[in-house]
Design a protein around this ligand. Structure first.
Ligand code: NAG
Ligand code: NAG
Ligand code: NAG
Ligand code: NAG
Ligand code: NAG
Ligand code: NAG
Ligand code: NAG
Ligand code: NAG
Length: 570
């Protein structure tokens, strides 16, 4: 089992928001979800759409397993699951703006899920003079794509490893903690290596392969449509080749950056929201993520303190936000060596410092919906000794306010994440040899970088220590292009600091950064800003970028108690 549940390492959707007014259509969607099965679609090399999910269209696109060997005519067995939300106009309409591919991050996030949950919201941002189709695809090994990148023969085995992992001491706790977690990660690498041979999907799920799959999707979308024949405004490049239009969030910025660096002449529009550092990512060190995490956490305590009695975590004697914080930090410190057992959900749960750190780390991705339930969960736990909510985990706290989260059925998605991120960093990792001394350095670095989130975060690089697959189709840079990419970042992002956006803008000549004055992971998905939306809409329609460094106000208040965010939460 991986040393960390990665589902939302660089994936804002785990703590997502969905408008409550969408309940009715959601129920319909769940009903149609039960009626629709991906296996009813035969994979094909051209795009053949089928109605699915009540108003969406789905296809399974067959692609080569190995993009370095594409001359085989036999079936590759790899099919990419695709779901699109059609544009509100037919694609023969002059106002049709083409298809926008989206990726929600992770790695290992499902683009199909993103379209089902956020397609209409994103279409609402993009549509103006032009109208767009929103296309989500599940990267190789993920979600509806086949084959699945699973390391376990059955779910019970996976659950047993998760439980075993949950009882281990923190990685920061001396040699015992580090060695146990290191061994667990090494065993996980061994297990994945056993389950699947070198011709398995694990050897072919690099980000470069996914970027190549995206190019294939762009070409197949073009071939399947009437667009070539009409006078449409869909952007085309040299030799009338169709161009990518893309919106990627979090790890999705690595995917977009990789595509732009590999195929700069094939980019039409590209919006990268919450920018991850590609050089750091492929080196497998994950050191450019937590620079601003503590400031987002401090802001949580400030909002709580400012809320007065409305914040259950604040006590009468508190003089400042730091006093509120000190109480929680002391609680985490105590748990470090004195975990607590709780009989809950019909089994024994262990409340460890890792569990609390993880819940805080994940919840601060979405301050608008997350701060209130986090305050309640921490108050129950720290002040009253009721650990039910804190043990329910950060990803689910927002759903207490916004209950419409539809988790995609992907029990193997943690393995998919590691398949992608460990594979992407495999060639560089081989050089430094990821032994225990290396792991110690990583843990120390991350704990110093973020006293709250560093410990859980360091488990991401640790999880690759014994990874057995080294994909041959990779892209390790140099990252850069002269594509006018639009980069978005919150001023304060707990997983992808603003500095990354400026660093990336120096790599892509003609790009521009928009700074949204808000907190959280993703400018577009966890808050709203008419200013940001206007810029994105204009960029997609005309290609025009704002001045580099443009600042945009956020429209939603972060408060305790929770205040609805119009547009995002209606
Ligand atoms: C799903 O299938 C049931 C039973 O066949 C049918 O009554 C229902 O209308 C279907 N729902 C949708 C959304 O297609
Ligand atoms: C492609 O096919 C040809 C003819 O069958 C074969 O000689 C060649 O080795 C193949 N290329 C690769 C990379 O497998
Ligand atoms: C195509 O667009 C051009 C420029 O906007 C216009 O002059 C022309 O009439 C259009 N042709 C058709 C067939 O719509
Ligand atoms: C603990 O908190 C949960 C969730 O708020 C609540 O349902 C439960 O009744 C509480 N347990 C006790 C013993 O108060
Ligand atoms: C780990 O690797 C480094 C560099 O290769 C080496 O100097 C060090 O001695 C190794 N540590 C252990 C515990 O093997
Ligand atoms: C970006 O511009 C600089 C300075 O003009 C140039 O040296 C560099 O090659 C350009 N990079 C790319 C990828 O076009
Ligand atoms: C955008 O602004 C940053 C910070 O001032 C700068 O470092 C970067 O080079 C600029 N990007 C471009 C493409 O000019
Ligand atoms: C954002 O735009 C919407 C729709 O035009 C409008 O109703 C809302 O008041 C605007 N919000 C702000 C903060 O300007």
């Amino acid at each position: 089992m991986p040393a960390v549940s990665i589902r939302n390492a660089l994936w804002p959707l785990a703590a997502l928001l969905v408008a409550s007014t969408r309940t009715a259509s959601l129920e319909k969607r769940q009903e149609s979800l039960a009626n629709f099965t991906w296996t009813s679609i035969d994979p094909s090399r051209d795009l053949q759409y089928h109605d699915c999910y009540n108003g969406y269209r789905c296809a399974r696109l067959e692609v080569p397993l190995d993009w370095t060997n594409t001359n085989n005519t036999i079936s590759s067995g790899v099919a990419i699951g695709i779901a699109t939300l059609p544009a509100v106009v037919p694609d023969t309409d002059p106002s049709f703006g083409g298809t926008v591919l989206v990726n929600p991050g992770g790695p290992g996030g499902s683009g199909v899920e993103m379209v089902l949950l956020f397609g209409k919201y994103l279409q609402g941002i993009l549509d103006g003079d032009k109208h767009y189709e929103i296309l989500g695809f599940d990267p190789r090994g993920v979600g509806s794509s086949t084959p699945s990148s699973s390391c376990y023969a059955n779910i019970l085995n996976r659950v047993m490893d998760v439980v075993q992992q949950g009882g281990m001491p923190p990685v920061g706790l001396g040699d015992v903690g580090l060695n146990l977690n290191y061994q667990a990660a090494a065993g996980f690498g061994q297990l994945c290596g056993q389950q699947a041979g070198q011709e398995s999907i694990f050897a072919h799920m690099s980000t470069a392969s996914v970027a190549r799959d995206m190019l294939e999707i762009v070409e197949r979308v073009d071939a399947a449509s009437n667009r070539a024949r009409i006078n449409s405004s869909v952007p085309r490049g040299a030799n009338k080749k169709p161009l990518l239009q893309y919106l990627g969030v979090s790890y999705g910025t690595i995917l977009g950056n990789t595509f732009a660096s590999m195929y700069p002449e094939r980019v039409g529009r590209m919006v990268l929201d919450s920018v991850a550092d590609a050089d750091d990512y492929i080196s497998g060190t994950w050191r450019k993520n937590l620079d601003d995490t503590e400031s987002v956490i401090d802001y949580f305590y400030q909002v709580c303190f400012d809320a007065g009695d409305a914040c259950p975590l604040r006590q009468g004697q508190d003089q400042s936000a730091a006093d509120v914080r000190r109480r929680v930090d002391a609680f985490i410190q105590t748990l470090e060596t004195n975990p607590i057992s709780v009989a809950q959900d019909g089994r024994v749960r262990l409340l460890t410092s890792y569990a609390v750190r993880s819940t805080i780390r994940q919840t601060v991705y979405s301050p608008v919906c997350g701060y209130e339930p986090l305050a309640i969960a921490l108050a129950n736990s720290v002040l009253k000794g009721n650990h039910t909510l804190i043990l329910s985990g950060g990803g689910s706290l927002c759903t207490r306010i916004m209950p419409n989260h539809v988790p995609v059925d992907c029990s193997w998605c943690a393995e998919a994440s590691f398949g992608i991120l460990c594979g992407d960093s495999a060639s560089l990792a081989a050089k430094d040899g990821r032994n225990v001394s290396w792991a110690r350095k990583e843990v120390d670095f991350h704990q110093k970088q973020s006293s709250t989130a560093g410990e859980p975060w360091s488990r991401i690089p640790l999880s690759c220590v014994n990874w057995q697959f080294k994909p041959k189709y990779t892209f390790s840079g140099p990252f850069g292009s002269s594509v006018p990419v639009l980069l978005l970042s919150n001023r304060h992002d707990p997983a992808t600091p603003l500095a990354n956006a400026f660093t990336l803008s120096r790599r892509h000549n003609g790009s521009a950064v928009v700074v949204q004055e808000s907190y959280g992971h993703s400018a577009l998905l966890v808050s709203t800003s008419n200013c940001t939306a206007d810029i994105v809409r204009k960029y997609f329609s005309t290609g025009q970028l704002p001045a580099n460094g443009t600042s945009c106000a956020a429209d939603c208040a972060v408060s305790i108690p929770f205040t609805a965010c119009p547009g995002l939460i209606e």
